[in-house]
Ligand binder design. Sequence first.
Ligand SMILES: [Fe+2]
Ligand SMILES: [Fe+2]
Ligand SMILES: [Fe+2]
Length: 492
Amino acid sequence: MSQTSLAPNARPRPAIENPETAVAARAAIEAFARLAWGAEAGAEELYIQGNPFRRPMRAKDLPFMSLDRPLPLARLAGNTSLALHRLLINAYETDLLFLPPRDDAAAWRAFDAFYDAEALRLADRVRPVLEHLAFGALPQEVEIAGRWTGDLLDAYFREFLAEERKQAARGVAQDPVLAAILESADPTAAARHYLIQMAPDFLSEASAMARLAPGAYGPLQSALFNVLIDEYGAGVHRAKHSTLFEATLSSLGLDATPHYYWQFYQPGALALTNYFHFVARNKNHFFRYLGALFFTEASLVNATGRQGALLRTIFGDAVDTRYFDEHHHIDRHHSEMVLARLIEPAVAAYGQRAITGILTGFEEFRLLQAAADRDLIDQLSWAGHLVPNDPRVAPLVADWRARRDTAPSESFVECRDERSTTHIHPDDRLLVLEAGDMDFFPMAGVTLPLKAGDVLFIPGGRLHGSIVRSTECIYHQPILAAATADPLWRAA
Ligand SMILES: [Fe+2]
Ligand SMILES: [Fe+2]
Ligand SMILES: [Fe+2]
């Protein structure tokens, strides 16, 4: 009985209408990206050791990005989206407290720089612009048709809960994300990459919700505070949800320092975390927040049940799944609680404003979650099966060599230890190594060593990085015409 519908022809309004303001906003975004902690990743920074403030960016890409209107959801898996969401999480996290170890002088210097007055000023300046670019197109993706009453909304959400309950018995393989993990060449690597996508949210879990703790209180805020208390383990550190997730990571030999895997967050994963900050940081979106919260609490019951099962299938007894077991249990309670103690009373007290906001947040987050899942499935379908010199790539290379003088292609000469900070191309391309050696990184924990003569396929939209291992490395990136690479996907 959904009365929401997509409006494909809706045009997002421009982010900044006054051109002078647009120029100033772009300059502020670039200045924020060029802060020292956003410098490109160095040779030793594939993973960011012991410094939650170090967040390599690619400020050099920004001048080539169009930042004049909100990004459509269809472009979630792209380099502009990656840059916007990396910048946005940095802006949001200047409000969050990260404490380095006592004796780590370098990390304390990074702490001082991260919370420095100029950095905070820039974060405040760019945050609303980035929010508009990252999320300003979402309301056009969800059009609320017809007149919704409180009773209709309640029935719609109760039906959603009932449907979720019906789906509880579905196995791991019926979930497309989990199926992509199981089907990849190395499910242990794919499962680790999946956990890493959860890290930007779970290692500081419920921080967005905590933004709604201050204020003058009514029963609604007290009900929300009740959920917050559970997320924070009622002040018992070992029971805090982020502590449970740290234990999951540690049990698999993964590092639980926030942003250790910064380079491997996909834009979809960052967007999910940022959306909650967006609707919680801006108090005028409180009702959207409630709708998104209901979607996530209600869908997490089944999702965490299957995630726990998947991890036990892949890693056996070695993995600590308490994080997932706890959510499988408590989110049953949280989803009922959000509906009965937050949504229903909000609608009773605030009427149409609450109904529209709650429904919008619910549908927006559902769309965003589906797009983020797609981003992850596509990454695993490529990276999870990637081998150098796949015989199916050879004809494409031969075709490029035959037309080399005119075929679109980019060539690079790089020196030892030159690292390309992870990024995304808008087009399908090949990587053809002419001379030297490089390591190529298609997902966290996977290194493909490449030597002269090796070739790889890099689809548009897919996150990757590299580092040169020889004195010099020469390589080419022939750009493929649309659909040329389709057979590579089908066979994967
Ligand atoms: Fe939680
Ligand atoms: Fe919860
Ligand atoms: Fe690249």
